[in-house]
Design a protein around this ligand. Structure first.
Ligand SMILES: O=C(CO)[C@H](O)[C@H](O)COP(=O)(O)O
Length: 144
């Protein structure tokens, strides 16, 4: 059974979304929440449904892409059960899983190469949460 992954992007991230989706779709069951072209759109329209699918367990993890990575990350982190980490290098993606138990990552398509985006996602999808002292900290993140 393939692990289920959500992916979403705005127009700035569309091309990277397609590349990431195509690269990983043999190994993972990837649900694409859009956008589906380079036409200008508003990223929350695509991020909220993707984040909801991770929150409710429909997807295990999620990948978000916009120009800077910030807008999609800020949006996703409005969801109580989402921990979305902005990743611009593979080591940050590993740490996002190991230390933060991140269940979503965001990437800045306008500032990283396509090859780097693939490497970042590879680390995100293949690294486990370490628990222990990090679990204590993650437990303290929620405010209500
Ligand atoms: O990075 C982003 C949000 O954080 C967006 O991709 C960016 O703001 C889109 O800009 P524009 O409408 O000028 O293409």
């Amino acid at each position: 059974m393939k692990r289920k992954i959500a992916i979403a992007a705005d127009h700035a991230g569309f091309e990277y979304k397609e590349i990431v989706k195509n690269y990983f779709s043999e190994r993972f069951d990837i649900q694409d929440f859009g956008t589906f072209s380079t036409d200008s759109v508003d990223y929350p329209d695509f991020v909220h449904p993707a984040a909801t699918s991770v929150e409710n367990g429909e997807n295990e993890l999620g990948i978000l892409i916009c120009g800077s990575g910030n807008g999609v990350q800020i949006t996703a982190n409005k969801h109580q059960k989402i921990r979305c980490a902005l990743c611009w290098m593979p080591e940050i993606a590993s740490l996002a899983r190991q230390h933060n138990d991140a269940n979503m990552i965001s990437m800045p398509a306008r500032f990283i190469s396509k090859e780097l985006a693939i490497e970042i996602v590879e680390k995100f999808l293949s690294t486990n949460f370490e628990g222990g002292r990090h679990q204590t900290r993650v437990d303290k993140i929620a405010v209500c």
